[in-house]
Design a protein around this ligand. Structure first.
Ligand SMILES: CC(C)(COP(=O)(O)OP(=O)(O)OC[C@H]1O[C@@H](n2cnc3c(N)ncnc32)[C@H](O)[C@@H]1OP(=O)(O)O)[C@@H](O)C(=O)NCCC(=O)NCCS
Length: 162
């Protein structure tokens, strides 16, 4: 699976991405609204492999997002099966933020999920302070469902049903 946007190439993670993914996940800023914990290189490796297993099992996972010009891995965007629900998520290295990359990838991957994977109901959990992420979800048509707490952090569940 390869998706292309103006600035991005989106496809599967491979083991060769582990080093770069580990450097993205080692930044506390990137993890601030995820769970606040930076990943070790070993944990980043598990994450990449978990996604590779998910492609084989479900036909989807979090996908690797690369810059079209540099070919470098800059983040991820995609779907995970979580219990009975399909979760949509994204995360990028901090130097790419605020340039529209998050929305550009999310829009492409979400359309792939709806049109190609035929996903019917997609959920997303987001810390209520994570304004850029909430803006992306709302622009894509996700609707607020409810608030919940993860540890001490207030979060919101958003849902898109087609
Ligand atoms: C959340 C994240 C994916 C956003 O990516 P991004 O590329 O910076 O987002 P975009 O540039 O596409 O901006 C999306 C919207 O947020 C707005 N925005 C961006 N940075 C902002 C900021 N610091 N404050 C307020 N709004 C901001 C943009 O203007 C845009 O809104 P608009 O469409 O109304 O103009 C990115 O910050 C990230 O990877 N964060 C760390 C991981 C994370 O939090 N993931 C989400 C977990 S739910």
């Amino acid at each position: 699976m390869i998706l292309e946007t103006k600035r991005l190439i989106i496809g599967h993670f491979t083991c060769t991405d582990i080093h770069m993914w580990a450097s993205i996940e080692a930044d506390p800023l990137v993890r601030k609204f995820v769970d606040g914990k930076c990943l070790s290189r070993e944990e980043a490796g598990h994450y990449v492999k978990m996604n590779m297993d998910s492609y084989a099992e479900n036909g989807f996972g979090r996908f690797a997002v690369r810059s079209k010009t540099s070919k470098r891995l800059i983040g991820m965007c995609g779907f995970l099966q979580q219990d009975e629900e399909i979760d949509f998520g994204y995360r990028y290295s901090a130097e790419t933020w605020g340039k529209g990359i998050g929305y550009e990838a999310a829009n492409k991957v979400l359309n792939y999920g709806l049109e190609h994977l035929k996903l019917k109901k997609i959920c997303a959990g987001v810390a209520i302070e994570n304004i850029p992420s909430i803006k992306i979800l709302e622009k894509l048509g996700f609707e607020f469902e409810k608030n919940f707490f993860v540890d001490q952090t207030k979060a919101a569940k958003y849902v898109l049903a087609s």
